[in-house]
Design a protein around this ligand. Structure first.
Ligand code: ZN
Length: 318
């Protein structure tokens, strides 16, 4: 059923009806920059070591800026992972954007089959090492961070200029690493069907992806999400390099399985055009919230693990 553009908005619950997307809005809500920055703040807040935590908190504004710069200056394959490309023949852009194709691929039956397939043959680092993707970039940045933190152990004996340079490199790496470790939890980053036409999208406008990253949460809903994230008490786990890779692969699998829930929520919403917008929000918000929390935990684990791996250098001088 084809729903006229934005028809859902007029019947959306009060407060939502004015949430028409602006022409070229900056991505902020749902999985946009505000979410990235909230994830960085929470993941750093949970770190147990005061020296590392203190350093990162002193440099949080810069970490936030570097993280956002990944989207404005370095957009490209390192932000995503089209899982379909690792196993099946490529899907054309037209097919990927077609909701009927999405509905077919992400049916409940296929979800059960996919879960089973992940159980029997989990994603492997080897399989993903063959092309540039968010997993590869995240693990490379992690290795880079461990190297920089190891250098920091001699920080007290470095001249001021070298200290500043090293501090800057650590900040840059943490900003980028936090961004990509979060991105691999965004379900629509894990599939070739990264953008499909929603019943709300105007022709030529980014559909589902735009909805998730820009429209899904209002400004105040997004602020609440950030506040709630900050209130969680998460204890980051140290994972040795191989265990960390396994953890990231697991996160990608989980995110991919969420695409099925997004598609099924969308299909259900299309049955009733007048409430489509509200029903899409209702189906997608818990998924986006869960993935945001998963991202913050992942980022915290990575930062904590890198610091432990580097031998817990004293960063108070940087
Ligand atoms: Zn990104």
């Amino acid at each position: 059923m084809r729903v006229s553009p934005y028809s859902g908005y007029s019947n959306a619950p009060s407060g939502l009806s004015r949430q028409k997307p602006a022409r070229n809005p900056a991505p902020k809500f749902g999985w946009g920059w505000d979410s990235h920055n909230a994830i960085e703040a929470a993941s750093i807040h949970w770190l147990p070591d005061s020296s590392f935590k203190g350093f990162l908190q002193r440099h949080l504004p810069e970490i936030n800026r570097v993280s956002i710069r990944q989207d404005t200056e370095h957009e490209g394959p390192q932000h995503y992972l089209n899982l379909e490309d690792t196993a099946q023949p490529p899907i054309s852009k037209e097919e990927a954007h077609d909701f009927n194709r999405v509905r077919q691929q992400f049916s409940p039956q296929n979800q059960a089959a996919q879960r089973q397939q992940f159980r029997q043959s989990p994603l492997s680092a080897e399989r993903l090492a063959k092309f540039t993707n968010v997993f590869q970039v995240t693990t490379q940045l992690y290795d880079g961070l461990v190297g920089l933190l190891k250098q920091a152990s001699i920080a007290p004996w470095l001249p001021p200029a070298s200290k500043a340079q090293l501090g800057g490199q650590i900040t840059e790496t943490v900003g980028a690493l936090s961004h990509y470790a979060a991105d691999l939890n965004q379900p629509l980053h894990t599939t070739r069907h990264s953008t499909w036409q929603t019943a709300l999208a105007k022709p030529n406008e980014q559909g589902s992806h735009h909805f998730m990253e820009v429209i899904l949460f209002t400004k105040s809903e997004n602020r609440n999400l950030g506040n709630n994230l900050a209130k969680l008490h998460y204890q980051p786990t140290y994972l040795p390099p191989l265990g960390l890779k396994q953890r990231l692969l697991q996160q990608i699998q989980n995110a991919y399985l969420q695409v099925f829930n997004l598609a099924q929520g969308d299909a259900q919403g299309r049955n009733s055009p007048s409430t489509y917008f509200a029903s899409l929000k209702q189906a997608w918000q818990p998924i986006a919230t869960q993935q945001t929390v998963a991202s913050a935990c992942t980022v915290s684990d990575i930062l904590h693990s890198a610091y432990e791996e580097a031998g817990r250098p004293d960063l108070s001088q940087l």
